[in-house]
Design a binder for this molecule. Structure first.
Ligand code: NDP
Length: 246
């Protein structure tokens, strides 16, 4: 199915995990894709190769999401390289699990810079470039709506901020038929949250379905929002959490 043929997409943090799966899934539907990465140059190059193997254009840009100026420049470079921008997936994010009393100001600054300010900067740069009918999709977390364990103050706060951004953006861009939504994953098996990691058992105990989700299961929902079927969905949260917050 080539329902995204001719579309130009940018996925921040597209070198690994959900972002990599999303970049490839968008390309499988026909899109050309720019990804950003911070540290994993080899992984980013592998994603680019895989997308090119699908016959689509791909570019990987080394951009720390915490650097708002670089993020804005990166969005403009991506649009220039791909000759346009139709879909922005704000995926780059970092985890932070610790009691509030143990989080240093530097840790707070880093999470706010990557999970909130970086998303804001990418969105701000993308808005004038996005085609009418475009899509903005933010990777939030089910923890934005309901927190099931301690140690999540900083992370949940950062992901809750994206709900406000996304809803306000939906109002602002509706006249251009551009949608804005937050995808809110629960436990997804990635480097950030491995299904055999130290916090896995607690999360599985809280799931309705008895397993972690896969990056592809999230990517599939993102491509749905990005495609024609998602045209009337805006300002909402799509939770993909195996019933973690049910
Ligand atoms: P991973 O840690 O597996 O991958 C993160 C990706 O983001 C990598 O490609 C990484 O690139 C990139 N990235 C991280 N920091 C930066 C940065 N400063 N600048 C640019 N790129 C960066 O994470 P997931 O795939 O698990 O998570 C993706 C998103 O989904 C995140 O926003 C996360 O908060 C959210 N999420 C994940 C859940 C889960 O259970 N996995 C649950 C709920 C939400 P590099 O390798 O180059 O550093």
């Amino acid at each position: 199915m080539n329902e995204l043929l001719g579309k130009k997409a940018m996925v921040t943090g597209g070198s690994r995990g959900i972002g990599a799966a999303t970049a490839i899934a968008l390309a499988e539907k026909g899109a050309d894709v720019a990804i950003t990465y911070n540290a994993s140059a080899d992984a980013a190059a592998t994603v680019v190769k895989e997308i090119e193997g699908l016959g689509r254009r791909a570019v990987a840009l080394a951009i720390d999401a915490a650097d708002a100026v670089a993020v804005g420049d990166g969005v403009r470079r991506a649009a220039e390289t791909l000759s346009g921008l139709d879909i922005l997936v704000n995926n780059a994010g970092v985890g932070a699990i610790a009691p509030i009393t143990e989080l240093t100001p530097a840790a707070v600054d880093r999470v706010v810079a990557v999970n909130i300010r970086g998303v804001y900067a990418a969105t701000q740069a993308a808005v004038p470039l996005l085609s009418d009918g475009g899509r903005v999709i933010h990777l939030g977390s089910c923890a934005a709506g309901r927190v099931t364990s301690p140690g999540m103050t900083l992370y949940a706060m950062s992901k809750a901020a994206l709900v406000g951004l996304s809803k306000a953006l939906a109002r602002e861009l509706g006249a251009r038929n551009i949608t804005s939504n937050v995808v809110q994953p629960g436990p997804i098996d990635t480097d950030m949250n491995p299904a055999d990691g130290p916090f896995a058992a607690t999360q599985i105990a809280d799931l309705a379905l008895d397993r972690f989700g896969s990056p592809l299961e999230v990517a599939t929902a993102i491509t749905y929002l990005a495609g024609p079927a998602g045209a009337y969905i805006t300002g909402t949260e799509l939770t993909i959490d195996g019933g973690h917050t049910a």
